[in-house]
Design a protein around this ligand. Sequence first.
Ligand code: C2E
Ligand code: CA
Ligand code: CA
Length: 659
Amino acid sequence: MSRYQIFQVQLMLTGGIFFLILCILLALNENYYGKKKLAIVLVELSAALLLFSDTIGFLYNGQSGSLAWFFTRFCNFLSFFFSVFIGYTFFNYVVCVIFENTKKKDYPKRVNLIKKIIVLALFLVVIMSITGQYFYVDVNNVYHRGRLFILSFVMPIICIILIMTVIIQYRDRINKSTFISFVLFAVAPQLGAILQYFFYGGFFINMIIGVSSTVIYATYVVEQNRAMVKNVSFDVKTGIFNCYGFLQKVDDIIMDGYITQYDAYYFDLMRFGNLNSQYGQEMTDEIIRTYVRKLNDFFEKDDVLGRLGGNYFVALVKKTKRESFLNLMSGITFDIDIGNKVEKITISAVAGGYSIENDNVSSIQLLDFVSIALSLAKHSYKTPYLFFSDEIRKELFEIQNLEQKILGALENGEFVAYYQPKVNCKKMKLCGAEALVRWMRDGKMVPPSEFIPLMERNEMICKLDFYMLNYVCKDIANWMKEGYELPCISVNFSRRNLGNPELATQIYNVLKDNNIPTDKIEIEITETIDEYSITVLRKFVEELHDYGIKVAIDDFGVGSSSMNLLREVIFDVLKIDKTFIDNFSEKEVKILKHIVGIAKDTGAHVISEGVERREQCELLLELGCEEIQGYIFDKPLIHDEFEKRLATNYYMDKYAVAN
Ligand code: C2E
Ligand code: CA
Ligand code: CA
């Protein structure tokens, strides 16, 4: 062998070993998996085996002995075989990449046709090698080209041309680097083939195949890594950062020392549940994507936007843009295409913010601050945005303190029921009462406005409602024992309870445990707006009706979809809100008339609450609303005072006084 040939052999062996190691490394790496990985492992393995078989065939060429007899024939056959087989594995990889999101049955017909042609080419390798048309080995074990040797070039070229047509047609589906690696793999070996035609031995073509398959391999690894990083750091639906990505980016900015230039935000899209029920999941996703695009238009390179999931977003915005950002939060309007028409939609958000003054913060801390601010903006302050501050921190501490105290008060039974009479002002007779909670704290009475909103922020309110139901049932049981004629008493249940699927049954059980007839208790619940809770509310009301317990809809007329609710759920009582009758305008009288009419049609009672003046009473009577609850007759009364009303039952004297 000449030195040049020795060099070739050494290079081919080294290349083969290198490609084999790469192939094994990839096969063993658990971070990569799936069809693509299998295809790329096979491409690399074929390249390695091609180099090995050609080298061994070459080494034994012209040698004597049975090993040489075997290897010159078998390895030369293998090198022809692998030069086609690698095309087959390459095509499989191309198909895996280009048709990644296509079902097998939807592949273009050409894909299967090309595969068949490549298999035919493989078959030809076998036939032509056996018959000595591609190559033959003489008695001295020397390799010679066969008569149809040229066909062994033509077939792969045909295959490659066919594969290239697929790659070019679907080039939009792959990125640039993948496209280049594919073209390199298809074209470069052809140059090698020309060289090889003039110099014996597969050195050029094989090395080029090996190198270009490694380029494909490397592109695969890079792309996969990029996809992995993307999966970990980006939100799939919108393409912006997810929580992890956002926090990483914030940490980077903290490390770079620029964090104090920013405000941090946590914001929640309003009426998000409504969107879902109105437009469906897919359309809602599209709306969110459009919203994010609009936000992105506002964001500049050094601002950061992320989505934590659902309707929750986070952002880091330069302080100089605070005003315009908050403006954006108050509403972004855009067109959406729903089937056959275009609708305008406005998305507004509630935001919790934090102006970062100190660079000694962590991203997690920032997230904490803004999420607290958001929660307070939504539940306590009911403002469109709120910035976290030291006062808020202090207030939060106090709230937590109060929460602890409330929990203790529930255990110690510091809450009592006051009863506010409901009066039929036609008959001037007591016709019911509403139980209202009071907290007797250190001998002083705390009104519900000071603790109910706090309790409604979490499930604490549900505990209180059951506590009150139990409390009222015990009072009713005693009054019944003492022989009072007792009207129905209503107990308030916060809407928070609707998350409890056993709610109706648990209410019924309290009545049963206290031996209270079900017509002595009525449940007051406020109206609700979104469709999901209407469904839940309807189920709850129907279950209570099955138990024989009545339901009143509280604060009726305040919400925007009161009428809608009436159509969906059958209530026993409509409680018209105080604000409605405070300054009876002509319009309100009209609406009220309408409400009383609808209530009568659905068989419901109407009661007006918060009635303070005689003319309100008279107008209500005129409109057909006979039942009244308000200071005009009584404020909420302590147990013993209410007992006196139970004893007299009539309000003639009082009304005369009020007159
Ligand atoms: P609400 O259910 O709408 O109760 C009516 C409120 O209006 C009561 O305030 C009552 O004292 C007041 N009110 C009644 N008549 C008049 C009037 O003529 N003029 C004026 N200005 N006010 C009148 P209160 O007792 O302070 O209760 C406030 C709210 O606290 C209640 O509104 C209810 O939402 C909640 N609440 C009270 N007790 C409970 C309870 O046991 N459970 C739940 N979940 N909420 C309760
Ligand atoms: Ca009420
Ligand atoms: Ca009310």
